[in-house]
Design a protein around this ligand. Sequence first.
Ligand code: SF4
Length: 402
Amino acid sequence: MTPIALLRHAPLVRAAQFRALTVIASGSSSVTTTAVALPSVSKNKKAPGVLLGMSELDLQQLAVDFGQQKYRGKQLHHLLYKRKAKELQDLSQAGWNVGRSPIHKMVTAADGTIKLLIKLEDNRLVETVGIPVKYDKGSPRLTACVSSQVGCPLRCSFCATGKGGFSRNLKSHEIVEQVLAIEETFNRRVTNVVFMGMGEPMLNLKEVLEAHRCLNQDIQIGQRMITISTVGVPNTIRKLATHKLQSTLAISLHAPNQKLREKIVPSAKSYPLDAIMNDCKHYFLETGRRVSFEYTLLAGVNDAVEHAIELAELIHQWGPGYHVNLIPFNPVEGVEYQRPYMKSILAFSAALESRKVTVSVRQTRGLDASAACGQLRNEFQKTPFVAGTEVEQPELEMAVAS
Ligand code: SF4
């Protein structure tokens, strides 16, 4: 019989109210002990694993499995998601761990954007970015740009992550912990989450949806404040539509026609533009949520007014419910593309607006913090993705939710 549970987390001394538990406050030599012997978990219960990502109901069941009352699970929920506990010592002894990883590197840009490099259990590094906006229609906003994979197998021609190769999919708790790390770093709540960091979310849809559930229900970020971005993976947009989320779907389009798109996004060969547009229309009809088209402006490649006109025609062909988000290219080491001049950006935007396409130009944030997706990780971790080392082959088989 093992005495359980304990927290190595200063503010958690109050968890001594959790009378069944022994509480250890970090940085303190004092140990509050309430001796409680817990029965072992019965054999048919959930195998020990990671606590982060578990719902309140799951945690209540866990408490019951440990012979405790259900409300202990509610307390655990509070500790994980509100108090952001990093260690529950005796639960660790029982084989459970919280699922939080250390910050390997933090880079702050002049505009307040902070990029974190998180070191996962297997030493893989994953990027996450916190983007603060002081006043957005009166209320401060903090956006977490989260990764869904370590690296990415899709190799879009303008992307640092694609150049670094692919290692593995992230687990849902490894996505959720990015948001908690941003909240801790900024010492305030994340208001928006965008799945626009490393990786293609639709190649890891099952874990992305589990993370989405946790972010929405446990961390209480509104579904409308969450954006899932994709370059397009066949069958997954319709799969996502069946979940009828109130989140925004963002399609990384980058070109107004198939031929040009294939040059910029090689994976586009397997998913014709018409098929993507058809699936986006379906998504809009199923969810009522407007689809956003992300369009990275590359000087001399896709930024001519003719491209804007073609894009407007494409969008009108497929009906209402679309928005275009123009993203002036962020320079990436080893990539030849250039950022267009402001004059070209404005002309492109005006050509869309005059054709009644709603458009915004994304403000570039954190340029000096290696802000382009994948850049920071590439600085610190090259070897796992270099040929001849422990490279895992891209796993293009999709882990989509049923
Ligand atoms: S842009 Fe996105 S999908 Fe394309 S290589 Fe980069 S991370 Fe992957």
